[in-house]
Design a protein around this ligand. Structure first.
Ligand SMILES: [Zn+2]
Length: 200
């Protein structure tokens, strides 16, 4: 799979949305993974087959996203894309891609830092609370505000927050660069003109 194939398929299946999304994948790949991710299909599905966000499929290596909508604005979908790209990165490096693993926690701390915030995603372990053993995340080091300490729900839903129990507000990764988006528009209008031109 080369990037142009992913663009071609995204455009034919999902039009402007598909194209915008695959170029956003490319932008995030450069910004947060040093361009190391291998081109992959980013496909929209109407519903999640597993009842929750479906991630990078282990067998076919595609990224699946649910269509943006009233409950899932585009900014939220961008967050899901970045989340799935972290899974892609860890799978590609053959590291533990689970939300409870150390590689996942390290990656979300690293990328959040690149996005301008410092979070703490502590190891999920057994801690003593009032003499009782309970499952919780390890405490943050000095210097990280308690608001930015993610619990295990937040860690598994990063970069979104688990709103009911969380102090972490979550974040939305950046929009597609305007210059790239403008370029996509130009290409589309050129194609439309070519299609509309009378044949002789
Ligand atoms: Zn995940």
């Amino acid at each position: 799979m080369v990037f142009d194939d992913a663009v071609w398929i995204a455009e034919r299946c999902f039009g402007e949305l598909g194209k915008k999304t695959i170029f956003l994948w490319k932008q995030y790949n450069v910004a947060y993974f040093g361009g190391a991710l291998k081109p992959t299909l980013v496909l929209y599905v109407p519903t999640s087959p597993y009842g929750h966000w479906v991630g990078l499929h282990c067998r076919d290596q595609n990224i699946y996203l649910m269509f943006p909508g009233a409950k899932r604005p585009w900014g939220f979908v961008r967050g899901v894309l970045l989340h799935e790209m972290v899974h892609q990165h860890l799978a590609q490096c053959e590291r533990d891609a689970s939300h409870a693993g150390q590689p996942w926690r390290s990656e979300i701390m690293r990328i959040t830092h690149l996005l301008g915030r410092d979070i703490w995603a502590g190891e999920y372990t057994v801690v003593k609370v009032a003499g009782r053993s309970v499952r919780a995340n390890k405490k943050q080091p000095v210097g990280i505000h308690a608001q930015y300490c993610l619990n295990q729900f937040d860690i598994s839903r990063w970069p979104h927050s688990y709103t009911k129990k969380s102090s972490w507000p979550g974040l939305e990764p950046p929009e597609l660069e305007p210059s790239v988006y403008a370029q996509l528009k130009v290409e589309e209008s050129t194609q439309a003109k070519a299609a509309a031109a009378p044949t002789t």
